[in-house]
Ligand binder design. Structure first.
Ligand SMILES: Cc1cc2nc3c(=O)[nH]c(=O)nc-3n(C[C@H](O)[C@H](O)[C@H](O)COP(=O)(O)OP(=O)(O)OC[C@H]3O[C@@H](n4cnc5c(N)ncnc54)[C@H](O)[C@@H]3O)c2cc1C
Length: 421
């Protein structure tokens, strides 16, 4: 398996620990009830992860984590991803919200929220997206006005997982109405029980159900200034830090979901007969397995590389994390669809879990920044890298046979032709 070359012994240990938990301690009934929307939020699942010290694996032991690297968390995420996007998200949220609290939060906030969250005693949620748009994050219109020793928060957020179910939200608010987009946002922690906080509408989703995804209203909510995470108007810094776990958890979870779908199809095609032969004997079927496992391995490699770049704080981390999110989630969509094709008609029913996996997979391409936004980031970073490389490699342009024909290298309007000699 590709993981054999990617993981250290310690990371292999985490993988096995999480695999055992996923195999033995998560009842199939929970997954089914969530998909039927009979569960609002899987709190018990979070509690059992907390009891096993499996939440926020990267954070220091002092705050309740395990002090591990991203590569370990990705190995764990692949195992959790088998359970689907909603439980994957419940596992990931402490990693995403925890990034803000662990890196930027005051000791008081760490004490009251980070530690209990990592013990699985408090459920968190992140509120970034607004009805007016998620991609244009810095256009946020939810406001927090300072009045003495507290803020008054007004606005709404949309598509918040655990809008119903969370004990607290981290909410990006505009704190300087006159400031430039990157200098006017702050991150404020708001307890769900505060007066004026309301979970308004729980969405009927295509997949990823049972996570309490809804719209949040903040109606003049009074929040003490001590609930500010990081500095005033420094939300952009926190947002950029949070986008690493946001996107790596999407990528890591997608590895597991795709793997599960492919394994179901692989076992099925080894048993199912058509025209007197096992269908795996038809290359139209078995080559789908070949293509799928190749894509899955490629996604694993890029996700682990991105995790390593994030661990090392490399300048290329931003690009690699975006690439991993885009590539792994597109792979998950493609592989789960290929699995459905291999299993045929019964794959479109709920006799097999593939139809649910396909429904779940589709979301991974949308949330935590759409894959179009990932392309935006990837090209932006790559242009910067190539055009500003202080030690560029060999410039291949000079290797062309007629590279000396400079007159042929026209990059913009040729004034001689448009304006005449
Ligand atoms: C089930 C679910 C759970 C979610 N969970 C959370 C959560 O817990 N917390 C949270 O804050 N948010 C959450 N989201 C929100 C999610 O991150 C957003 O839906 C996503 O970022 C896209 O924002 P939008 O839906 O407003 O689409 P828009 O931003 O309106 O985009 C619409 C389309 O335009 C494209 N587009 C926009 N701008 C550009 C551009 N500059 N270049 C190219 N294409 C562009 C987008 O790619 C997309 O295809 C969740 C969403 C869903 C559906």
């Amino acid at each position: 398996m590709l993981q054999d070359v990617l993981l250290t012994d310690e990371e292999e240990g985490i993988k096995e620990e999480v695999r055992a938990f996923v195999k033995k301690d998560v009842p199939a009934d929970l997954l089914k009830k969530m998909d039927r929307d009979e569960v609002t939020y899987p709190r018990e699942f979070v509690e059992s992860l907390g009891k096993r010290n499996l939440l926020g694996l990267r954070f220091s032991k002092a705050y309740g984590g395990r002090g591990l690297h991203w590569t370990a968390e990705i190995a764990a995420l692949e195992e959790i991803g088998v359970l689907g996007m909603a439980l994957g998200c419940a596992f990931s949220m402490p990693s995403i919200v925890g990034e803000a609290l662990h890196t930027f939060g005051s000791e008081d906030l760490k004490d009251r929220f980070l530690r209990p969250m990592l013990r699985g005693e408090l459920v968190s949620a992140e509120a970034l997206t607004e009805p007016r748009g998620g991609s244009d994050f810095f256009g946020a219109t939810t406001t927090a006005k300072r009045e003495g020793d507290h803020f008054v928060v007004k606005g709404q957020k949309r598509f918040v997982v655990a809008a119903s179910g969370a004990d607290f939200f981290v909410v990006y608010c505009k704190t300087d109405p006159e400031g430039k987009p990157h200098q006017r946002i702050s991150l404020i922690l708001i307890e769900a029980e505060r007066e004026g906080v309301e979970a308004k509408h729980l969405y009927n989703l295509l997949g990823t159900r049972g996570g309490g995804t809804g719209r949040l209203l903040f109606k003049d909510v009074k929040v003490p200034v001590s609930n500010l995470i990081g500095g005033l108007n420094e939300g952009a810094l926190i947002f950029n830090a949070m986008m690493v776990p946001e996107r790596l958890t999407s990528a890591g979870g997608s590895l597991g979901l795709a793997r599960a779908a492919l394994e179901v199809a692989t076992r099925y095609t080894n048993r199912r007969y058509a025209f007197g032969r096992k269908i795996r004997d038809y290359q139209a079927v078995s080559f789908k397995v070949a293509d799928s496992i190749t894509m899955l391995d490629a996604a694993r490699a890029i996700t682990h590389a991105a995790g390593r770049a994030a661990d090392l704080g490399l300048p290329t981390a931003r690009r690699l994390v975006s690439e991993a999110k885009k590539f792994a989630t597109d792979m998950c969509w493609e592989v789960s669809n290929q699995a459905m094709r291999m299993v045929g008609g019964i794959g479109y029913t709920n006799v097999f879990p593939i139809e649910k996996m396909v429904r779940d997979a589709r979301l991974s391409q949308i949330w935590t920044g759409t894959n179009e936004i990932m392309s935006l980031l990837i090209q932006h970073e790559y242009y910067k890298e190539v055009l500003n490389d202080p030690n560029p490699p060999r410039m291949s342009e000079a290797d062309a046979e007629e590279a000396h024909l400079e007159d042929e290298k026209v990059y913009e309007d040729d004034e001689m032709w448009t304006k005449g000699w």
